[in-house]
Design a protein around this ligand. Structure first.
Ligand code: PHE
Ligand code: ZN
Length: 876
């Protein structure tokens, strides 16, 4: 087999033929679905007549082909594994094709497949080519008319994009529905669903008084789990009208929940398809985190209706045009709807752990990549989350008011078109007059920029000199980096007054909080009229996706932790302070020296617990130690065992020193209120549960009783799951085993709860975690064909750092075994699962060798292009 070849952004050519209208008829059958397509095609005026027409098509059986009603001679076309080439087509014509395909055999979950018996589709990015022969690229946009024919008993519900325009009965217990979507769209937004589904219906009146019908389609047993998604949808619709002036544009908006889905959800026009985990909630089965995730994903997909669907991407290199912007929009929605500081803390904390790691590894790529082998490998944290950080910087650079005008301009100028990232940025430049030329490099340069900051207070002149130096480390294929335009939001906190000082820069008063613009490799900013020695508060709100280094002392950090006016940086000061202590303990562990807890950290936590606060969720975040993954991200070389030992030591030391405080917090935050996923309740539960986690780290008798009571009370899944996790992750198997058993039996009918049951077990720190994974892979509720199960069991195990990185290599071997099997079943999921192995360079030599060995073993297999691309990069 020859190696798969990359596609390059620089090779982009407009399509030779446009499709102006598409008509499809699906005659559904698990083994032999027939798809008839009738495409209205027009040659691009700049293309010469001899240019053949190429249509993508994979895993299809072609049964007939005609142009303008005339069957095509076999010499007039050619079919291969990639698609169909038609020689000498007319300049404008109708192409009719007939193909068959087998949804029941489709385990890749791309194209038309079956999930729990129902039919559904996934076309982004390149799945439509598994449905019919078509120019499968986002810059070909057509109106669609789709007829779905199914069995009346098995598929009473037949859905597609747009509005239903016709329906009727057919022979042999069959029926059909015809759908029309008036908005021209690329084929990646096509969707079809057919099955025995129940609907929940509601309505929304738009800002211009149009009444929209909202439908959620689920399996009968899930009807009771839809309230939150429906309410979230309505909030999102209102928010997009109020914030961006965007109104929904069809009479009907549908969401369908499916059990087998590769990603979270998909924004198909008028017919969003969701992983059931991203839409179904109930207080008894879903945690607070799940409720919040559902709200965010429902909003995200809805927002795509404008940022993605009405204005779409010219090619897949522009993916961040729709994803970065839409993630930014959903982040702001969640911040507005819930607690803004908590949302920012959670997003940044995740970003600095996972995206920084991606940027530092062999698969690092720019937010706009310039080549790829398999586009599904580029639905990454870089394209999504770093893309969102770039849009956030844009908003801050031009200001919200201009940003909104830029967004209006973008949507009106490019409505119905497939465009590029430049088109978006130019709108922002036009409305604001801000020069974004250098800023564009954020899209092109991979790697996390680092800033080395230094500050000096000049008493004699009452000046503070802040020097910032930037560098971006080399990444694969990009050795020389240019300097970026980095907005650094900051303040100076007076050490005497404990207050933000008024900032004067270049003789101009800036207020107490300002943004300095770092554009050169090195710049010094001189603040004048600085009446007292300050501690700088840098990169407030994480104003740019960079690593900021400043030689803070522990006293500085303890000071910022209590005095910084910026809540986000107060949290960050706490994280930095904990990191300094952790660094010492990691070194002590490595050198076999006795570990000593830094009393300054204990004092800081004691002070936190003693300060009255309204925002319990923020306090819970402040009390949470950096995760092992985040700590690892900060180390030059990851020492798995030392990190684990150091973090456990801090947890236990804090629990022992502050036991009474934690018990008091736990008891003060009990509540008998009826469950609601409100920010207040969520904050209260997080705080209570953080306290319980600390107490359980020392297996305090009182805490064990709390845990058991909390588990048995069955008040809501957040509390039940937390208590169960703490029991299972403790050494008290006598309590954990019966609890696990009871939970597993109670919820054996609910796949989403069983996912949690799997995760809880395979993330335990005890040595038997790997054996448990193997054992659970045989459990009737587990299936390699279901991505949620793979993520819950295998993906979660790979996050169990001390056990996945076992020194006998058994964790790596297990992951490789699964990747090899999944490579055949579902290449997209297989490729994602390899990620932890690709980071081998970060570890000690023994582990490097073991990981390498598994990568080589995978590489020796016949590989899908997805897995091939990742393994190739990892071993390069
Ligand atoms: N476009 C989807 C989103 O909203 C993600 C997705 C990509 C889903 C590819 C399925 C396949 O982010
Ligand atoms: Zn998206």
């Amino acid at each position: 087999m020859s190696a798969p070849q990359p596609v390059y952004l620089s090779d982009y050519q407009p399509p030779a033929y446009w499709v102006t209208h598409t008509e499809l008829t699906f005659d559904l059958d698990p083994a032999q679905t027939r798809v008839k397509a009738r495409l209205s095609l027009e040659r691009h005026p700049d293309v010469d007549a001899a240019t053949p027409l190429f249509l993508n098509g994979e895993q299809l059986t072609l049964t007939s082909l005609a142009i303008d009603g005339k069957t095509l001679d076999e010499s007039a076309y050619r079919v291969d594994g990639q698609g169909l080439t038609i020689y000498n087509p007319p300049s404008a014509f109708t192409l009719e094709s007939d193909v068959t395909l087998a949804p029941e055999a489709n385990t890749a979950l791309e194209g038309l497949y079956q999930s729990s018996g129902m039919y559904c589709t996934q076309c982004e990015a390149e799945g439509f080519r598994r449905i019919t022969y078509y120019p499968d690229r986002p810059d070909v946009m057509a109106t669609f008319r789709v007829t779905v024919i199914g069995d009346k008993t098995r598929e009473p519900v037949l859905l597609a994009n747009g509005n239903p325009v016709e329906q009727g009965e057919l022979e042999g217990n069959r029926h059909f529905v015809t759908w029309e979507d008036p908005h021209p769209k690329p084929c990646y937004l096509f969707a079809l669903v057919a099955g025995d589904l129940k609907k929940i219906e509601d309505h929304f009146t738009t800002m211009n008084g149009r009444k929209v019908t909202l439908q959620l389609w689920v399996e009968a047993e899930n009807v009771a789990k839809t309230d939150h998604a429906m309410a979230s949808l309505k909030r999102a619709m209102t928010w997009d009208e109020e914030t961006y002036g965007r109104e929904y544009d069809l009479d009907l908006f549908m969401i369908v929940a499916v059990n087998d889905f590769n990603m979270g959800a998909m924004e198909n026009k008028g017919l969003n398809i969701f992983n059931s985990a991203a839409v179904l909630t109930h207080p008894d089965t879903a945690t607070d985190a799940a409720f919040q995730q559902v709200e965010g994903i429902v909003a995200h997909e809805y927002f795509h209706n404008w940022s993605g669907n009405r204005v779409t991407c010219r090619d897949w290199f522009q993916l961040s045009l729709k994803e970065g912007f839409t993630v930014f929009r959903d982040q702001c929605f969640t911040a507005d709807t819930n607690s803004a500081p908590v949302k920012r803390i959670q997003d940044v904390s995740f970003f600095r752990t996972a995206q920084f790691a991606e940027d530092a590894g062999p698969t690092a790529h720019p937010v706009r990549p310039d080549h790829y082998i398999e586009i599904t490998n580029f639905y990454t944290l870089t394209v999504y989350e770093k893309g969102a950080e770039i849009v956030r910087m844009l908003r801050n650079l031009v200001g919200w008011e201009a940003f909104r005008r830029g967004s209006d301009l973008y949507f009106s100028r490019f409505d119905g078109q497939a465009v590029t990232i430049e088109d978006f940025v130019i709108c922002m430049e036009e409305v604001s007059g801000v020069d974004l030329g250098q800023f564009m490099r954020w899209y092109e340069q991979a790697g996390t920029p680092e800033i080395d900051a230094q500050g000096e207070y000049d008493y004699a002149h009452a000046e503070y000199h802040l020097t910032l130096r930037q560098r971006t480390p080399a990444t694969p294929g990009q050795t020389d980096k240019e300097s970026l335009h980095i907005p650094v939001r900051m303040g100076l906190v007076g050490t005497k007054s404990g207050q933000d000082l008024t900032l004067t820069l270049d003789g101009e008063k800036q207020g107490k909080d300002t943004v300095v613009h770092l554009r050169e490799d090195e710049q010094t900013f001189v603040f004048t009229e600085v009446a007292e020695a300050p501690v700088p508060s840098l990169l407030r709100h994480f104003s740019a996706p960079v690593k900021m280094h400043f030689p803070y002392s522990r006293e500085d950090l303890a000071f910022l932790l209590t005095h910084d006016s910026d809540g986000f940086n107060r949290w960050d000061a706490g994280q930095r302070l904990a990191m300094l202590a952790l660094d010492d303990l990691i070194a002590a562990h490595r050198n076999g020296v006795e570990k000593v807890m830094d009393s300054r950290v204990t004092d800081a936590y004691r002070a936190l617990l003693a300060t009255p606060t309204d925002d319990k969720a923020v306090l819970a975040e402040m009390l949470a130690l950096p995760t092992e993954a985040y700590i690892a991200e900060q180390q030059p070389l990851v020492d798995i065992d030392a990190i684990h030992a150091a973090r456990e030591f801090v947890r236990q030391s804090l629990a022992m020193a502050l036991r009474d405080e934690f018990i008091a917090v736990y008891e003060a935050n009990q509540s008998n209120e009826r469950y609601a996923p409100t920010p207040e309740q969520i904050g209260q539960r997080s705080l209570k549960n953080v306290a319980l986690s600390y107490l359980m780290s020392i297996e305090d008798e009182q805490a064990i009783t709390f845990c058991q009571t909390q588990f048995e009370a069955e008040h809501n899944m957040t509390d039940v799951r937390h208590a169960l996790t703490l029991l299972v992750h403790s050494d008290r198997d006598d309590l954990a085993s019966p609890a696990l058993k009871a939970f597993g039996e109670k919820w054996s009918h609910d796949p989403l709860v069983m996912d949690q049951w799997f995760t809880i077990q395979v993330t335990r720190p005890q040595e038997d975690a790997l054996e448990r994974v193997k054992h659970l892979m045989q459990h009737p509720a587990f299936s390699l064909k279901n991505p949620n199960k793979v993520r819950a069991l295998i993906g979660s195990f790979a996050q169990n750092r001390i056990n996945f990185h076992r020194l006998d290599g058994a964790g790596y071997a297990l992951l490789a075994d699964v990747v090899i099997e999944l490579n055949r079943l579902n290449p997209e999921i297989a490729a994602r699962l390899i990620t932890p192995l690709t980071r081998w360079q970060r570890f000690d030599e023994t582990r490097q060798a073991l990981m390498h060995e598994q990568l080589e073993r995978i590489k020796a297999q016949p590989l899908s292009s997805n897995v091939y691309e990742v393994v190739e990069k990892a071993l390069a």
